[in-house]
Write a protein that binds this ligand. Structure first.
Ligand SMILES: NC(=O)C1=CN([C@@H]2O[C@H](COP(=O)(O)OP(=O)(O)OC[C@H]3O[C@@H](n4cnc5c(N)ncnc54)[C@H](OP(=O)(O)O)[C@@H]3O)[C@@H](O)[C@H]2O)C=CC1
Ligand SMILES: O=C(CO)COP(=O)(O)O
Length: 336
């Protein structure tokens, strides 16, 4: 490309804003799309996103608009950073205006309810593009740390290696180090299922179950993620990487994680409604635990931790009862 790389980022929430900043710091010309004019105006006039990062000065090269067509114009990369369950409806409205040959990039870590589709599958279907033009950015990337330009590594996954390398270059900064991977299925599953395991670890932390429980949940959570991945054709090694273990560790150990915090509140005894009421941002695992379990059943895979999270979050099972059931499952070899 001879012109400066141009990116449209749909979503002025935590990760859209933070990743837009990464792209701008890497030298791209970036336009954020947001549904609220007051945020777009504040980004353009005051270089701040008042609702998500009021204390962070955004790069002057980061612009914002509420007009999806204006954001889309000439974009080499079209980056999607909205809640997973809203993607289909939003993208259907934006798709006719997307720049020809743009690469669609998913930042989202969820699985669609009802269809059990991964976000890249929804993108391919709704935008009518080949998998070679769809990429995923994932890994241990808590947005609050990224806007502080604290160091992090990430994975850029795309079936087409050349497209992956172009996106890697477009978002590589001194504090953000992206690696490429062609295993899109594994990278997306890693991101979606870690949110569910993050809820489980949060619940355990809220109940005061200790660090052995945390280590056990992280490890057995990774085991069930890998089982699902294998059944879906992913490379098991992906789950030992940034999209798997890396993201799982960051989410399960950080109070900045919305999923972990959501689980902690439940584990401390808040009701689901009370927990939803105090959660200001997107905690994808709350909805995606059901679609992940749906995926597991479609593929005949046993995911006991995911099943337990669904039973607590959506079926009102008391965490102590769920814990007792999880611990009394039949004994088995570690690898089965
Ligand atoms: N935050 C993080 O650290 C990371 C998040 N992710 C993933 O990124 C994705 C986005 O999450 P994140 O940015 O954190 O979420 P936030 O809740 O911080 O922001 C969500 C954004 O989507 C907008 N939005 C909400 N509902 C709709 C809708 N129905 N139609 C259009 N826009 C909507 C919000 O607009 P408004 O402000 O007007 O409500 C906001 O701009 C998730 O899948 C998450 O798992 C991945 C890595 C890191
Ligand atoms: O995906 C994330 C970090 O990589 C963000 O996690 P939460 O959505 O739980 O905040």
């Amino acid at each position: 490309m001879t012109h400066p790389v141009t990116a449209a980022v749909y979503g002025t929430g935590s990760w859209g804003t933070a990743f837009g900043m990464v792209l701008a710091d890497a030298g791209c010309r970036v336009t954020l799309w947001g549904r609220r004019k007051e945020i777009a105006d504040a980004v353009n006039n005051d270089r701040v996103n008042p609702d998500y990062f009021p204390d962070v000065e955004l790069p002057a090269t980061l612009r914002a608009t509420t007009d999806p067509a204006e954001a889309a114009a000439g974009a080499d990369f079209t980056v999607l950073a909205i809640p997973s369950q809203t993607l289909r409806e939003n993208l259907a409205a934006w798709a006719p205006r997307l720049a020809p040959d743009t690469v669609l990039v998913s930042l989202m870590k969820g699985v669609e309810l009802g269809t059990a589709k991964r976000m890249s599958e929804v993108i391919e279907e709704v935008a009518g593009v080949s998998p070679d033009r769809v990429a995923v950015v994932t890994g241990p990337n808590l947005a609050r740390e990224i806007v502080g330009r604290m160091p992090a590594a990430a994975v850029v996954a795309c079936r087409d290696e050349e497209v992956g390398r172009r996106l890697q270059t477009a978002c590589h900064t001194p504090y953000f180090r992206p690696y490429t991977n062609t295993d899109v299925v594994g990278c997306e599953l890693g991101g979606a299922v870690k949110n569910v395991i993050g809820l489980a670890v949060g619940i355990a932390d809220g109940m005061g179950l200790g660090d052995n429980a945390k280590g056990s949940l992280i490890t057995r959570g990774l085991a069930e993620t890998t089982r699902l991945g294998l059944a879906m054709g992913a490379d098991p090694l992906t789950f030992a990487g940034l999209a798997g273990l890396g993201d799982l560790v960051a989410t399960c150990s950080s109070p900045l994680s919305r999923n972990h915090t959501f689980g902690t509140n439940l584990g401390r005894g808040m009701t689901l409604q009370e927990t939803i009421a105090v959660t200001k941002q997107t905690a994808e695992g709350v909805k995606s635990c059901e679609s992940v379990l749906d995926l597991a059943r479609r593929h005949g895979v046993d995911m006991p931790i995911t099943e337990t999270v669904v039973s607590i979050v959506h079926e009102g099972k008391p965490p102590l009862v769920a814990l007792k059931e999880l611990m009394s499952r039949s004994a088995k070899p570690e690898r089965h």
